[in-house]
Design a protein around this ligand. Structure first.
Ligand code: CMC
Length: 422
């Protein structure tokens, strides 16, 4: 019989034994779920800085060593040899697809790529200038009205269709929102194109200037999407798991994840980075921006820097930086913001403030420069992140539905008025 390890906690003179849980990579936790029952105490952990909220087999992050693996496979390997579609399959299903599974998944994506024509008209009524992330979250919520067969309790065949619909249709929605915003005719998805080529074609093809799909553009987009595809219990994924635990349908759940992602401290950072770099370029150097960042009374942060988990280089940022250089060079694109970004990174890595706090470039620092080079407008950067993160959110939702039955319901410590002094 397996031996269970315990940690002993001394609470008001009484010894409490808490079971130890050890992950497959050796991470240790002690289970406090019975603590209140045994002692009357709850654990207080503001912003969940030190709490594992679930056991998950989707993604492994080692923030000290800068490691990121999906289903056990390092991201460095995945970007070299796999497509975003294969990685989406890997995240959702747990293994890379066989040739037959790949064909079936690809077919499912193709048959679910068209947006319902009635939904298309929604786009006509959003105000000009509405942020595409807000449009996207409302459109995804609306999917439950058009496709109501998404029962959160059953992992039946509908779930495969809903998964494919989200991964495929959100790409169509994103491109459509862009075309609408610039007043151009909509370009429909094509079954003969790969996921990334299809997206680029829907974004940039026009009746007067057919888009020539560049292999290099497809390759780098594929890399970016793979690198953003999952990142274990980040804010939006935790949102998805939390909302999903109330047995909300998958579309409403993903819509909530998108809202969480839109925040500037989360996925919204990629858009803010470019705005910041432009501001620093205008100033001529980083000094005044850094002074603001270091001023405790000023909320300014160095966008694209720092991470709750990584206390070293974000492995995604390393790959994006290298690929960004190579892509711009190959396409003969000169972007002064890349020079600014390199100078900012160099200055930050040599500055005591950032060194002391272990602040390094994160995934958002260089991604915007690649998106600019691809011709993607700034207000679409976070949409690109959302597009990429869909397989991750879906994988976590499916895992949660399959393994956890209890609604997420944290405790609090009440510090308001008491009845006696109300
Ligand atoms: N610029 C300046 N100071 C920072 C930054 C930053 N980007 N990040 C952290 N710090 C400081 C912070 O002020 C604090 O200093 P002190 O100890 O003196 O009070 C210390 O470093 C620890 O920071 P924290 O706020 O406790 O760290 P956190 O784990 O709560 O926050 C973070 C993580 C990502 C929200 C934060 O680093 C940040 O705001 N970064 C900028 C926004 C950004 O790039 N977000 C994208 C994150 S990666 C992709 C994603 O998740 O979507």
């Amino acid at each position: 019989m397996e031996k269970t390890e315990y940690i002993t906690l001394l609470v008001e003179g009484k010894e409490i034994r808490l079971p130890v849980v050890v992950g497959t990579e050796g991470e240790k936790a002690f289970d406090i779920s019975q603590l209140r029952k045994q002692t009357g105490y709850v654990a207080l952990d503001r912003s969940l800085m030190n709490t594992a909220v679930c056991c998950s087999a989707v993604t492994y992050v080692d923030g000290e060593r800068g490691i990121l693996r999906y289903r056990g496979i390092p991201i460095e390997n995945l970007v070299e040899t796999h497509s975003f579609m294969e990685v989406a399959y890997l995240l959702v299903h747990g293994t890379l697809p066989t040739p037959e599974e790949k064909r079936n998944f690809s077919n499912l994506l193709n048959v679910n790529s068209l947006l319902h024509e009635d939904m298309r008209h929604f786009f006509d009524h959003y105000p000009r200038g509405a942020h595409p992330m807000h449009i996207l979250s409302t459109m995804i919520n609306a999917l439950a009205v058009f496709y109501p067969n998404v029962d959160s309790l059953s992992l039946n065949e509908d779930i495969e269709i809903s998964t494919a619909r989200l991964i495929s249709m959100v790409r169509t929605m994103a491109a459509l929102a862009y075309k609408k915003s610039i007043g151009e005719p909509v370009v429909y998805p094509r079954n003969d194109l790969s996921y990334c080529a299809n997206f680029l074609n829907m974004m940039f093809d026009s009746p007067v200037a057919p888009y020539r799909i560049s292999e290099d553009a497809v390759r780098i987009l594929n890399i970016l999407l793979i690198l953003h595809a999952d990142h274990e219990q980040n804010c939006s994924t935790t949102t998805v798991r939390t909302i999903g635990s109330a047995q909300v349908n998958l579309y409403a759940t993903i819509s909530a994840g998108i809202s969480a992602l839109s925040g500037p401290l989360h996925g919204g950072a990629n858009q803010q980075v470019v705005q910041m770099l432009r501001e620093i370029e205008k100033d001529g150097d980083v000094t005044s921006y850094f002074n603001r960042v270091k001023d405790r009374n000023d909320p300014t942060r160095l966008m694209g820097f720092g991470h709750r988990v990584y206390k070293t280089f974000d492995p995604r940022a390393k790959i994006i930086k290298k690929e960004c250089h190579a892509f711009l060079e190959k396409m003969h694109i000169k972007d002064s913001l890349l020079e600014v970004a390199l100078a900012v990174e160099k200055a930050a890595l040599a500055d005591e403030y950032f060194i002391e706090r272990h602040l390094y470039p994160n995934v958002d620092f260089y991604s915007g420069i690649v998106y600019r080079a691809l011709g993607i407008p700034e207000n679409m950067f976070t949409v690109m992140f959302a597009l990429a993160r869909l397989p991750g959110w879906i994988a976590h939702w499916r895992e949660m539905i399959g393994t956890e039955t209890k609604i997420v319901r944290p405790r609090q410590i009440y510090v308001g008025k008491t009845w006696q002094n109300a």
